[in-house]
Design a protein around this ligand. Structure first.
Ligand SMILES: [Zn+2]
Length: 312
């Protein structure tokens, strides 16, 4: 084993953990495992780890099984800097403020001040190599989370399957391969949600709302344009990101899309409320679509929705 790897494995073994209710808090090791997963999935390719919704979601997959109480991802993101191999990069103009901060109390507060974290370059280069990355993962588990070995291995394997399925959905969309009539599977559903959220950046296609909570919850859903129960289609062309209210309105036929992805609004309902929230005010607005055409909603799905759900 090369010396550099051995050096970092020792650093990871001796990582000082915070304490929570008298026991070592798993935040730092879980953050490291989450970053390894995103590197492996190809979502982190540069030594620039942003406090993003993807990172929060990856962290929560572990936290659900291993953590207790609120998953405060911003804690390890900040405190890992004492490891010596993790560095914080303030946003422009926030350098001085960051220096005086003692603690963060929300991911959004952290993201407002810190653009990204990074590893020592030598360590990041090792994390890009599958064999070295596995050594790092095993060291994290052995040193800090031995009781949870099998839970962690199950999560890593599931993440691998979801990432593989996501790549498959992207490939199928790029090559216009039919995606309907597939059996329902939790991995495929997770991959559909994940790929749609990524393509739409957690933003409602109709109103551009983007809310992400401290615990990784999102006000935006990955929606099947033709319901899965009818189409059995988890393809990207059958997907759309919509906030809760526009998801509900879409499923109930109050809004739909024309062939140029402009919103059309049903004339069958009354509404009152602040102008910014009224569905009728969205009429003719162009929805947000992913930048690449193969990932746009399919016209087949859009036309189906208009013919079968929309209440003109
Ligand atoms: Zn919306």
């Amino acid at each position: 084993m090369q010396d550099t790897l051995r050096y970092y494995l020792r650093k990871i073994e001796s990582l000082r953990l915070g304490r929570s209710r008298g026991v070592p808090a798993p935040h730092k090791p879980l953050l490291l495992l989450s970053i390894l997963d995103l590197i492996e999935a190809g979502e982190i390719q540069a030594n620039r780890i942003e406090p993003s919704p993807r990172l929060v979601e990856a962290f929560l997959r572990y936290w659900k099984h291993i953590g207790v109480g609120h998953a405060r991802v911003f804690l390890p993101f900040y405190h890992l800097r004492t490891s010596g191999f993790w560095h914080l990069h303030p946003r422009k103009g926030k350098e001085l403020v960051l220096g005086s901060v003692r603690a963060f109390n929300a991911m959004s507060q952290l993201a407002g001040m810190i653009a990204y974290g990074s590893f020592d370059d030598e360590l990041f280069a090792l994390l890009l190599e599958p064999v070295a990355r596995e050594h790092v993962r095993q060291t994290i588990i052995d040193a800090h989370l031995p009781r949870y070995r099998s839970v962690i291995e199950d999560i890593v394997n599931e993440n691998r399957e979801v990432a593989r399925t996501e790549r498959c959905l992207l490939r199928q969309a790029e090559r216009s391969i039919a995606t309907s009539d597939v059996p329902e599977s939790p991995v495929r559903s997770a991959a559909f949600r994940s790929v749609i959220m990524k393509l739409y950046d957690y933003t409602c296609a109709a109103c551009r709302l983007r809310i992400i909570t401290l615990d990784g919850g999102s006000a935006v859903d990955a929606v099947h344009i033709i319901p899965f129960s009818i189409s059995h289609d988890d393809g990207i062309g059958n997907g759309l990101a919509l906030c809760k209210i526009h998801h509900w309105a879409f499923d109930n036929g109050l809004l739909s899309l024309d062939d140029r992805y402009k919103l059309i609004i049903s004339s069958t309902f009354d509404e009152t409320g602040p102008a910014a929230l009224l569905l009728h005010n969205l009429k003719d607005n162009q929805i947000l679509v992913p930048s690449r055409k193969p990932f746009h909603p399919s016209l087949h799905a859009v036309r189906w929705h208009r013919a079968n759900r929309f209440q003109a």
